[in-house]
Design a protein. Structure first.
Length: 488
């Protein structure tokens, strides 16, 4: 971090956060709408859609670290991050548009190839923006609490963008007509959603890149390093061997897999298990918007009061309780029946509370990842924010990749019908769906919480790392004669 830099203004923090609208829209579209669109509308099997998403995820495991490492080493007048952010904007929007305009007259085999290629290209271009942009959080400030604030903006806009577009999709685009009495099964609605979403994604990326460009003179520039693939792989291995990073990576992957199953199947649960129509789903989306704002406001305060790790663990545990209560009560015949006037408001309250806790915890764990940068620099001598946040981006993609794959397997296992009509799916199938999906989610969430408990960097440890780095840089900045005299 360059010394004597001016403080980050509220406007800069806001513009930095706006860029995550793009990732939020993409992620929510993948999690909430993609399986429904390609399974129930386009006719591909849930298992095939899930497998395609999983194959694309395996490719991301190689693509994302490469983007992060190249960004860490990039030298230009526009710094390490901004060239990639600008380049990604238009292709990310255009490819996302293609995803929701699948050819209607292609065979299932051709459509499957179309889906695979489109998913890979969309996520690659989004990663080209998201990884460098995420890495900026660790560069804009090294303060323990300011980082949490920066990531609060980022997380809020990701949730806000994703949920807002889903709300617009259900309330504006996915409307019933004479040919499609169930709005969620109207193919024209998905095409119109793709147009609006792709434009917003492109604009958000460009606005965020331009809004943070003036910070470039104050950001770190990489030193000259040995070239070649072997040297690059050696550097990546050295950074990835950091214990604190490995703990967070494993925790992030577990929680992302659980969230992926939860979010992907939420449309199925809301449409078939709870029996909600498009208007009622839009009301639930409003609750998610409220939760994203409350969670973003709460996270920095909890970080200052209790520390990041303790707060994150407590929030995850409470979120599990609030999320599972309605399902446990329904399966025990102790919850309002479908069609009851109490059902929507009760679920709205529980979902809002649960998601508020999840948003806050997600912000805190992302801020914990930023704190790994200084500990890694002490041991390797390199700034590797891009590499670390590429792993975080990969974990986030597990939400859609593993979520779609596992959800597809679960739907197949319980014999959930394709092109199902709400109200006509048997109670046995719906009960099996809940009893299969919910325990898997819970086990993954609890494993993630256990891993977070092993994270070693506290506020005191982070401040000690900053002090050691400052001392090292002070010594390095002295003339050689003074360094020799100091050692003597």
């Amino acid at each position: 971090m360059v010394a004597n830099r001016p403080p980050i203004s509220p406007v800069t923090r806001l513009l930095y956060g706006v860029g995550s609208l793009a990732f939020g829209i993409k992620d929510n579209g993948f999690n909430v709408l993609l399986l429904l669109y390609y399974n129930q509308v386009m006719g591909l099997s849930a298992r095939l859609v899930g497998t395609i998403a999983m194959v694309a995820l395996l490719l991301d495991a190689f693509i994302d670290p490469i983007i992060g490492h190249i960004s860490d080493r990039w030298r230009s007048a526009w710094g390490r991050r901004h060239p990639f952010m600008y380049v990604a904007a238009v292709p990310a929007g255009l490819t996302y548009l293609l995803l929701w305009n699948a050819p209607s007259n292609w065979s299932h085999a051709a459509l499957a190839i179309y889906l695979l290629v489109t998913i890979i290209v969309v996520r690659s271009f989004l990663a080209l923006y998201e990884i460098p942009s995420s890495a900026l959080a660790a560069e804009l400030s090294n303060d323990y609490d300011i980082r949490t604030g920066l990531l609060s903006y980022r997380t809020f806009f990701a949730w806000f963008g994703g949920v807002s577009m889903a709300f617009v999709a259900f309330i504006v685009f996915l409307r019933p007509d004479s040919d499609h009495p169930v709005g969620q099964l109207n193919p024209d609605g998905y095409a119109n959603y793709g147009v609006v979403a792709s434009v917003i994604m492109c604009v958000a990326i460009l606005v965020s890149a331009a809004g943070t460009q003036r910070q470039i003179p104050w950001l770190q520039q990489p030193g000259h390093r040995a070239g070649g693939i072997v040297a690059a792989l050696r550097e990546m291995a050295g950074s990835f061997s950091n214990r604190a990073f490995l703990v967070l990576l494993a925790a992030g992957v577990c929680s992302a897999m659980a969230a992926g199953i939860q979010i992907t199947l939420s449309t199925y649960f809301n449409t078939y298990f709870w029996g909600f129509n498009s208007d009622q789903l839009s009301v639930l989306m409003l609750g998610v918007l409220v939760a994203s704002a409350l969670g973003a406001v709460a996270a920095p305060r909890l970080s200052r009061r209790f520390g990041k790790k303790r707060s994150a663990i407590a929030l995850w545990l409470l979120s599990i309780v609030f999320y599972y209560c309605p399902f446990v009560l329904r399966l025990s015949d102790c919850f309002p029946a479908n069609g009851s006037p109490l059902l929507l408001p009760v679920l709205l309250v529980t979902i809002t509370i649960s998601l508020t806790l999840i948003v806050s915890s997600s912000i805190l764990t992302a801020s914990m990842l930023a704190d790994v940068s200084e500990e890694s620099e002490l041991s390797t001598g390199r700034r590797s924010e891009g590499l670390f946040f590429s792993a975080n981006t990969f974990a986030q993609k597990c939400v859609s990749g593993v979520g779609l794959f596992t959800s597809g397997m679960i739907l197949t296992l319980v014999h959930f019908p394709e092109e199902a009509v709400p109200g006509q799916v048997s109670e046995e199938v719906l009960r099996d769906l809940a009893l299969t999906a919910l325990p898997i989610q819970a086990a993954l969430y609890l494993l993630s919480i256990g891993l977070i408990a092993a994270f070693p960097i506290t506020r005191a440890a982070h401040e000690a790392n900053l002090a050691r780095l400052a001392s090292r840089r002070s010594v390095a900045a002295r003339p050689a004669s003074q360094q020799s005299s100091h050692r003597n």
